[in-house]
Design a protein around this ligand. Structure first.
Ligand SMILES: Cc1cc2nc3c(=O)[nH]c(=O)nc-3n(C[C@H](O)[C@H](O)[C@H](O)COP(=O)(O)O)c2cc1C
Length: 299
């Protein structure tokens, strides 16, 4: 019997749209009804960003402030599966995604419905994922699987390339020397295989085992050193966001945050990386394993 699937997401550059399209292909080819909804904000963020606008969204991202969505329609009030695309902005769910999660129409369809979450990130998606899990839990959704595609290049390299992409608007090689930013074309194409694996679970409406199968296929690979960096950065972001949100000198503080972030990325992050590599991995393997396992829990 044909199943009803909703694939709903926000995408600025089109990267997450492409990933979701690839994931959905096997579900569509098998004759299921896949309703795709790309949401936007009433006053959307223009893409590409300017540097000032890019940093200006940090406090609202981190503090979970919502914005008004442009009107959208869902054809049904219940689905057999919801595919939910989210992206990390400043280690938190993006403002459009967070706003979607608080929308009454979304709250209604999420309740008791199986959900597969999909992200296309630079490489720091774990903090955002933790918040997404909480949002799904609060909505009464049944989180059955997750896919996290990332830029596989070195952290320091992808910092240069993502800025080139976000500020320049083109997913091209910076200076013709750096690698292309974001999720690679091969990994985007591979998202189809994750949809393929999901299909029999959808047909049977029985979700036990999907999460494990996706993990086995490396649909989601938490890296300890990045998680470790994220956890430290997440604390600092919350401090900055709290101070900036309350201050009357917002613009000055946002400029200061930008320079703080550059220092953190190029100076603190390599130090934190070395600590995780030289201390945590060899001496605390149980702790490292537990952190990875916690990340892969869906509830
Ligand atoms: C304002 C902003 C902040 C971002 N912060 C992060 C982040 O903290 N971690 C991460 O892995 N990617 C981050 N990214 C990259 C996005 O998660 C995403 O990969 C990229 O914006 C492409 O998504 P799209 O399909 O919406 O265009 C950020 C992007 C933007 C625009």
């Amino acid at each position: 019997m044909q199943k009803k699937v909703l694939a709903i997401y926000y995408s600025q550059s089109g990267q997450l749209r492409e990933i979701i399209n690839r994931f959905c292909l096997p579900l569509e080819e098998a004759g299921n009804s896949v309703e795709k909804v790309e949401i936007s904000l009433k006053n959307d963020y223009p893409f590409p960003w300017t540097s000032k606008r890019f940093f200006s969204v940090m406090p609202d991202c981190v503090l979970g402030v919502t914005a008004e969505l442009a009107p959208f329609e869902l054809k049904s009030t219940s689905y057999d599966l919801i595919i939910l695309g989210y992206q990390a902005w400043f280690l938190s769910p993006s403002i459009p995604f967070n706003s979607l999660m608080h929308h009454p129409a979304m709250q209604q369809v999420l309740k008791d419905t199986p959900v597969v979450t999909i992200t296309g990130a630079r490489n720091m998606w774990v903090n955002a994922f933790t918040k997404v899990k909480k949002l799904l839990n609060d909505s009464g959704a049944n989180h059955v699987g997750t896919v996290a595609l990332v830029d596989r290049h070195l952290n320091l390299v992808s910092i240069f390339t993502i800025f080139h992409w976000m500020i320049g608007g083109k997913k091209t090689k910076y200076l013709n020397f750096f690698p292309r930013p974001g999720v690679s074309d091969e990994d985007i194409a591979h998202a189809k295989d994750f949809g393929e694996v999901t299909l029999p679970y959808l047909q049977k409406r029985e979700w036990k085992g999907l999460k494990e199968e996706l993990i086995k296929m490396k649909a989601v690979v938490p890296k300890f050193h990045l998680m470790f960096m994220e956890s430290k950065a997440g604390v600092m972001f919350r401090v900055w966001a709290g101070i900036i949100a309350k201050s009357k000198k917002r613009n000055i503080l946002l400029a200061a945050f930008k320079y703080y972030l550059l220092v953190a990325l190029f100076l603190f992050a390599p130090i934190v990386y070395l600590i995780s590599l030289l201390f945590f991995k060899p001496f605390l393997p149980g702790y490292v394993r537990k952190k990875r396992e916690d990340c892969l829990k869906l509830n």
